[in-house]
Design a protein around this ligand. Structure first.
Ligand SMILES: NC(=O)c1ccc[n+]([C@@H]2O[C@H](COP(=O)([O-])OP(=O)(O)OC[C@H]3O[C@@H](n4cnc5c(N)ncnc54)[C@H](OP(=O)(O)O)[C@@H]3O)[C@@H](O)[C@H]2O)c1
Length: 245
């Protein structure tokens, strides 16, 4: 896995995964919306051994721009072996409930941008007959919770999309890797009080890297979230809707 496009490359989790790819000597195209942060991440990855690091400053809410990114990555990196989609926002649910425009912005960043990128990259990898499509989704997509269903439904949309895409890509030998972290201590969760269920960005980033190398399908990280997800899925709807979560 030598030529990798990372969108949302300034994400704390993506940076940690990027470091491991850099140490393998990968060529990377980093995409993010903040030029200064992106430049700092690019310098770090060069220092850690990346063969080449290019960057593009893009607001990933711009779906037309997202749809051109795969061609740009192929051109800049001389081909493409993997896509890692890491951008995301944790919306203020109460604000979104009163503001559908804001709610759809959040939904678009968390679901429509990733799906746009997946569709473009899937066509490229299908023709190439190989590649890795990876997205950091979330445990939040497993069930719609009243406190978090804007974010959760966007992540669920991507996970369901990836499940179907995995079937389409099977014959072409393309892996479709859905990484579902639980709580991770990153800027996205800076406003939340931390408990024992919080993982570090470095442990989750390392799991992202390993899952992409192995071509895993669905990965809960840390591992215990698989069992928590199972329990959550088994709660009857009538009980689930009464839970204050
Ligand atoms: N932290 C958690 O508990 C957790 C749990 C499950 C899943 N996840 C998922 O993990 C992924 C990485 O998040 P993280 O935890 O590493 O948090 P993070 O460090 O806050 O990363 C979020 C990334 O999204 C980027 N982004 C947001 N809006 C953007 C836009 N309009 N255009 C371009 N980039 C944009 C941010 O860019 P800036 O740096 O410019 O803000 C940042 O790079 C996200 O998809 C998130 O949903 C996180």
């Amino acid at each position: 896995m030598k030529r990798i496009l990372i969108t949302g490359a300034t994400s704390a989790i993506a940076q940690e995964a990027g470091r491991l790819f850099a140490a393998d000597g990968a060529a990377l195209l980093l995409v993010g919306r903040n030029a200064d942060k992106l430049a700092a991440v690019a310098d770090d990855l060069r220092a850690r051994g990346a063969d080449k690091v290019e960057s593009e400053v893009i607001d990933l809410l711009d779906l037309a721009r997202c749809s051109r990114l795969i061609d740009e990555a192929v051109e800049k990196l001389g081909g493409l072996d993997a896509l890692l989609v890491a951008q995301g926002t944790l919306p203020d649910q109460a604000v979104c409930e009163g503001n559908p425009v804001q709610a759809l912005r959040e939904f678009s960043l968390n679901a429509m941008g990733p799906i746009t990128l997946l569709l473009r990259a899937a066509t490229y990898f299908e023709t190439q007959r190989g590649g890795c499509l990876a997205v950091i989704t979330s445990i939040a997509g497993v069930r719609g919770r009243r406190s978090n269903y804007i974010y959760g439904s966007a992540k669920a949309a991507v996970s369901t999309f990836m499940e179907g895409l995995r079937g389409r890509m099977r014959e072409a030998g393309v892996s479709v890797v859905d990484i579902r972290p639980g709580f991770v201590d990153t800027p996205m969760t800076a406003h939340l009080s931390k408990g024992p269920l919080f993982a570090t960005a470095s442990s989750v980033g390392e799991r992202v890297y390993r899952a992409m190398i192995a071509g895993d399908s669905v990965v809960y990280t840390p591992w215990f979230w698989r069992w928590i997800a199972l329990v959550i899925q088994l709660i009857p709807r009538a009980i689930f809707s009464k839970l204050p979560i």
